[in-house]
Design a binder for this molecule. Structure first.
Ligand SMILES: [Zn+2]
Length: 139
């Protein structure tokens, strides 16, 4: 039996209370990880800015200005991606605490999300079908 099959079977025997407790724990885990990663990114950013020695890098490599700006933008985007992830985790925790009856259900079609999907993405708001429809609409 695959580990996922075991998990799915276990999910069926879970009470709603156990279900919510499980995902509260998963969300807090993901949150701690995101916070840690955000800290790591900002540390890496600070170190590289110091190592480069902003002034000397600027005067010696005027031509590299564009690359430098791009590197900074990349670091910023990485950080904000984690920031966005953290925001979604917080939103999911809020939903879980304030509206536990609807946590784990698709916000579009209200179908319960598959346990597997929710376990992998505890901040998921849409079922796979609705998510796919949303992504198709963006194209
Ligand atoms: Zn849906």
């Amino acid at each position: 039996m695959t580990p996922s099959a075991t998990k799915a079977k276990k999910a069926k025997t879970m009470t709603r209370d156990q279900f919510l407790k499980h995902f509260e724990k998963r969300l807090l885990e993901e949150r701690a990880r995101a916070v840690k990663e955000l800290g790591m990114y900002s540390d890496a950013f600070n170190v590289s800015a110091q190592d480069a020695g902003a002034e000397s890098a600027y005067s010696f490599h005027m031509a590299d200005q564009g690359t430098d700006a791009m590197e900074r933008e990349k670091a910023f985007l990485f950080a904000s991606q984690e920031g966005r992830f953290l925001w979604h985790i917080d939103q999911a925790l809020r939903r879980l605490y304030r509206d536990p009856d609807n946590y784990g259900k698709c916000m579009s079609c209200h179908a319960p999300l598959m346990f597997e999907r929710l376990d992998a993405l505890p901040h998921a708001r849409y079922c796979i079908e609705c998510k796919q429809r949303e992504e198709d609409a963006k194209r």
